[in-house]
Design a protein around this ligand. Structure first.
Ligand SMILES: *[C@@H]1O[C@H](CO)[C@@H](O)[C@H](O)[C@H]1NC(C)=O
Ligand SMILES: *[C@@H]1O[C@H](CO)[C@@H](O)[C@H](O)[C@H]1NC(C)=O
Ligand SMILES: *[C@@H]1O[C@H](CO)[C@@H](O)[C@H](O)[C@H]1NC(C)=O
Ligand SMILES: *[C@@H]1O[C@H](CO)[C@@H](O)[C@H](O)[C@H]1NC(C)=O
Length: 398
């Protein structure tokens, strides 16, 4: 950042210096060119300057251009011809300079090389709590990125005609309309792109603010152990405060992953509750948990809104199973997968009889867990005898 600022400053200063002391003029000055096109530039030494054009050489962005590209015009003018121009290396233009044999710069010109903009695409919009409207888009072509290309988000109410421009600064191909939005009339929205080579407009999209509402992420997410149950964690959170101000309801999703994995598991049948229990987890394992919120029933609308961002991750660990000391790792892994298999059966059964993280569901599950742990204890003890006999070795966990 500092570097590029400095660079900008330097190139401006250089231009000033060139203006006052240049000993030659370059024609054309600061041309705007299409990528792939050719340019012939002439360095014309000013009268009374005692330099012969045969002594001159050219550089483009500090790289010396080979003399095959030069054409001598007369004793005070030298041409250079460039074919197949590439896009500008920087938005402030490429530096084409004419030098005297000792390296001194006699004159310079900035080349702006790019392409006219293409139709912006991929416009998508969302409204935070039905208060504002932010839209983002994708630039239509790569060639326009070599030049300063201005994108303007324009919008109007469908039946009233007056075109407005999004006044927010269009950062990273997005723009936010902060206020004065109508909630019950569709908007027409499009993006116009323009640079020195031309302009283009996107297709027009039409949307209702109420169809694109999103909200803040849930906050104060707490993840806690459920007593000694080594395969469970309880998650609770606070709903976004904006929900209380508006006629929304919310539905939630949780996602969680083990510490050393990037794969998230999503729980999406939570409905509008602000607490849920995760089950079938690995004992003694750190989990990261996030929650997000989707506003539904906005002013009576039947459509769901747009999912919020995920909350910042909260970490918690399941209790370590006393029985899974290192020598028994293999065995506990096995019983873990048995457990998962049985859990799957249990949830399969529950799905048919209940929905979401209902109290009934958890209560039933607890009862089922107690039964399961009892029956497992019996089975594990049998297995342990076999392991113990096989290894002739004991461990503190037993
Ligand atoms: C040399 O050529 C340039 C460019 O065509 C022209 O402007 C200039 O007057 C010429 N100078 C002489 C001395 O002929
Ligand atoms: C364009 O880029 C290519 C590859 O970097 C280079 O070989 C070529 O000389 C460049 N063309 C011009 C006119 O600078
Ligand atoms: C459109 O937007 C989506 C989401 O931002 C992005 O993944 C995709 O690459 C974009 N498509 C184009 C053509 O730019
Ligand atoms: C949750 O949803 C139920 C059923 O849709 C509804 O009756 C209840 O009021 C909702 N609770 C909250 C806090 O939104």
């Amino acid at each position: 950042m500092m570097y590029s600022l400095l660079f900008l400053l330097l190139s401006c200063l250089m231009k000033l210096v060139l203006c006052f002391t240049s000993l030659a003029v370059i024609v054309p000055q600061d041309p705007v060119l299409t990528m792939g096109s050719s340019l012939t530039a002439t360095c014309i030494i000013k009268p009374k300057v005692n330099v012969d054009s045969r002594e001159l050489y050219w550089t483009l962005n500090d790289e010396r251009l080979p003399s095959e590209l030069y054409t001598l015009v007369n004793s005070s003018a030298l041409k250079v011809t460039l074919h197949g121009l590439n896009g500008s290396q920087q938005l402030s233009g490429d530096n084409l300079l004419c030098h005297r044999v000792d390296g001194r710069i006699l004159g310079g010109s900035c080349l702006y090389v790019g392409l006219p903009p293409e139709k912006p695409t991929n416009i998508s919009c969302w409204s935070k709590n039905a208060k504002d409207l932010t839209c983002k888009w994708s630039p239509g072509g790569k060639g326009e990125s070599f030049l300063h290309t201005k994108y303007t988000l324009k919008y109007r109410l469908r039946w009233y005609g007056k075109v407005n421009e999004c006044q927010g600064t269009a950062v990273l191909n997005s723009c936010c309309i902060p206020k004065d939005l109508a909630l019950f009339t569709p908007y027409e929205i499009w993006v116009e792109a323009s640079n020195k080579l031309g302009s283009a407009a996107s297709d027009i999209i039409s949307l209702d603010i109420l169809d694109v509402v999103t909200t803040d992420a849930p906050f104060d997410v707490q993840v806690n152990r459920v007593g000694d149950l080594e395969d469970q964690l309880s998650v609770r959170w606070s709903s976004p405060t904006a929900l209380k101000d508006f006629l929304f309801q919310a539905k939630y999703q949780i996602r969680y992953r083990v510490e050393d994995s990037t794969e998230w598991k999503v729980v999406d049948d939570i409905g509008n509750q602000t607490l849920c229990r995760l089950a079938g987890l690995r004992p003694g394992t750190v989990y990261f948990v996030q929650v997000r919120c989707n506003p539904v029933g906005i002013y009576g609308s039947r459509k769901a809104g747009i999912w919020s961002e995920w909350s910042v991750p909260t970490a918690a660990s399941t209790p370590r199973n006393e029985r899974s000391s290192s020598t028994c790792y293999q065995k506990s892994g096995e019983s873990g997968s048995n457990l998962r298999r049985e859990l799957k059966q249990f949830f399969g059964w529950v799905k048919k009889h209940a929905y979401g993280c209902t109290a009934l569901n958890i209560k039933l599950y607890d009862q089922w867990r107690v039964w399961l742990q009892k029956s497992h204890k019996a089975r594990n003890q049998n297995q342990e005898v076999a392991v113990f006999v096989g290894l002739q070795q004991d461990s503190p966990g037993r």
